[in-house]
Design a protein around this ligand. Sequence first.
Ligand SMILES: Cc1ncc(COP(=O)(O)O)c(C=O)c1O
Length: 403
Amino acid sequence: MTQVAVSKSQATIDLFDQYVIPNYRRYPIALVRGEGSHVWDADGRRFLDLFPGWGCNILGYSPPAVVKAIQEQAAKLIHIPNTWYIEEQGRFAEFLCTRSFGKAFFCNSGAEANEAAIKLARLHGSAQGRFRIITFEHGFHGRTFGALTATAQPKYHEGLGPMLAGFRYSKMNDIEGVKSLIDNETAAIMIEPIQGEGGVRIPEPGFLQALRDLCDEHGLLLMFDEVQTGMGRTGTWFGYQQTGVKPDVITMAKGLAAGVACGAMICRDEFAADLRPGMHASTFGGNSLAMAAGLATGLTIEHDGILKHVRELAEEARTYLTALQQRLPIIREIRICGMMIGIDLNIPSTPAVAKCMERGVLINATNNTVVRLLPALNVPKSDLMEGLEIISSVLEEMASEPV
Ligand SMILES: Cc1ncc(COP(=O)(O)O)c(C=O)c1O
């Protein structure tokens, strides 16, 4: 009798079927171990991951310096509440603010960082009755009610209404449209310097500066959601540093602590007092373990010259993909900023991602037609090029398929 091999992932899948709420679409694979840009499933199959941890594993899987910092910190102190001064929080705040500006508040995720920014904007504007926040179509800011309302994508609001009051949505690159939404109740403008989930959309030159000018003219806060673009993703510490525009607030999470849950909001010094004691808090925010992991992440990026590596690799990827685009008319546009790579197709991108997975390369499909890569910032050039070769062969195959 022939035996049908049962995947070792099955036991985990069975547990999920019985005990885990099915709010995610999951691949039928349990990933059990990772190292660098590679990850293994329960059956020992190895994948090259060019989208590790949805952009959170910014130094790849189990980076030694971060592992060491976590182990040492866990043995010393995992968590103390914010009623005390927390040594590691002070040091990580110093690290981040001396590479950007202002003062930091810590939390555990991108949505929470944006909630903090939304509350800061409202608190700042409250004396003048200002509470409205303008955000942008195709943006993504998280799943809590404030951050979700800020996310101008109706598909994420379906069945959840009424949403939070006080948000207005504009098209990106439409400065006249933004102007028409501003009134004397407007408190802030919030935007991703590059829209990630929306398909690696880079604003047109001058648009972010025009927003800065509008904010200065009307006394609004300019808030950049750097949850995806922060912590070196774009080849500078923060995405705004490539735009020549200085926001009043930045939010971050994802790669901040190389995969340990960690979020932060940084605001200019003059706005820090608006988040006065008692008005906002997070029990786990800024805990010793996450802060030690964050600091080790930042120091590794700096000591290993990773920002330069990111910029150099981005140019390699651009050269390679631009040549591919010239050969393949199914590629509409290549959009790259550091290790944030979007390949916009004129066909759906989900089948391309599935075919790449069959060939051992993990990437992502977003906004219907975009193939998205968020490789680890320290991905070796050979791994990135190997992945691009496989993506290229998949796209070539798809381009030759009859419509
Ligand atoms: C730009 C941006 N903001 C906010 C979030 C929400 O972050 P989290 O899932 O950590 O709440 C995300 C997540 O993808 C994001 O890409």
